[in-house]
Design a protein. Structure first.
Length: 162
């Protein structure tokens, strides 16, 4: 693969592989998921190996299928770290007012929280995997030990007074 256009075509795939590695690394930090650590390390090594493949091999990857294989492991790690939290997976919570709410251990995996008011909410150990936080007001929220909150999600949210 020699052309610049061909190399640029691979960037989204490589970015997703690195995102998977980040999620697996974060799951390995969860003491509650210690029983899963061998499987998480194995999955991390496999994803790292995939990211090291040749451009032609990376181009052929079925990333959706691979994510479907790893996602149950990440979900299990999340459940072990937050055993009693409410489930808001995939829910449409656009503009929802949850200021000051006790959301400890909640799962917001893939939830739409665009413009939601989570000021002063207790989000300790909440799982934010893939949650859309564009414009979500997180000022004063307790994010201690929040699970799988990426830097891009943080940047999309409102985290300080303008």
């Amino acid at each position: 693969m020699s052309s610049r256009a061909e190399r640029l075509e691979l960037l989204p795939v490589v970015r997703q592989l690195h995102e998977l590695m980040w999620h697996l690394t974060e799951a390995l930090k969860l003491d509650e998921a210690r029983q899963l650590h061998p499987k998480l390390r194995q999955a991390l090594q496999q994803v790292d190996d995939l990211a090291s493949e040749t451009p032609a091999q990376i181009k052929k990857l079925d990333l959706v299928a691979y994510r479907h294989r790893i996602n149950p492991l990440l979900r299990k790690a999340s459940r072990l770290a937050r055993p009693n939290g409410p489930d808001h997976d995939g829910k449409n919570l656009i503009g929802r007012r949850m200021r000051g709410a006790d959301l400890r251990g909640a799962s917001f995996r893939g939830a739409l929280l665009i413009g939601a008011d989570l000021r002063d909410a207790d989000l300790r150990r909440a799982d934010l995997t893939g949650a859309d936080l564009r414009g979500t007001d997180l000022r004063g929220a307790d994010l201690s030990g929040v699970l799988f909150l990426t830097e891009s999600q943080r940047r999309a949210a409102v985290t300080q007074d303008s």
